[in-house]
Write a protein that binds this ligand. Structure first.
Ligand code: HEM
Length: 124
């Protein structure tokens, strides 16, 4: 399940950049945008599953619980930021703020995600 989670957010990042770029240059990116929206459900579903299927999480140390809370909250906010980023580009708004929030959140998610025990732990 961790691989599906990783695959889905990697694809979503690529698609969000592609769709944002496409709208800015007047290309037709409606279908990739729809696929991106479907991926939000895959990311959310796999993320929640990864958490729910942790055995004995009632006895998890509180700092670890906190880290999971931060990870999942940031993850859910990121889904909104994907939409904020692509729609800002569609409406021809200035992209500095959406692009900054996008980058900062992704970096934070990679850091927290790779600190947590399942899958890879580059920062643990
Ligand atoms: C675009 C949004 C997201 C990104 C970029 C992201 C990124 C990551 C990364 C880098 C990992 C670690 C993978 C590994 O160690 O191999 C991870 C794991 C995880 N993610 Fe996400 N994630 C996102 C959304 C979500 C959402 C929405 C949820 C749940 C509501 C979630 C819950 C989890 C959980 C529970 C884990 C397993 C952590 C562990 O036990 O090691 N993620 N994610």
């Amino acid at each position: 399940m961790i691989h599906l989670h990783i695959t889905s957010w990697v694809l979503a990042i690529i698609l969000a950049l592609y769709v944002g770029h496409g709208y800015k240059h007047g290309q037709k990116v409606k279908v990739p945008h729809m696929i991106l929206r479907l991926l939000y459900f895959v990311i959310l579903g796999t993320g929640l599953y990864l958490f729910i299927s942790i055995p004995g999480k009632e006895n998890m140390p509180s700092d670890m619980k906190m880290l999971y809370n931060v990870k999942m909250t940031l993850g859910i906010i990121m889904l909104g930021v994907f939409e904020y980023f692509t729609v800002s580009s569609k409406k021809n708004r200035k992209m500095v703020v959406p692009a900054t929030i996008f980058t900062v959140l992704i970096l934070a998610l990679l850091y927290v995600g790779f600190r947590l025990p399942q899958g890879f732990h580059f920062f643990a």
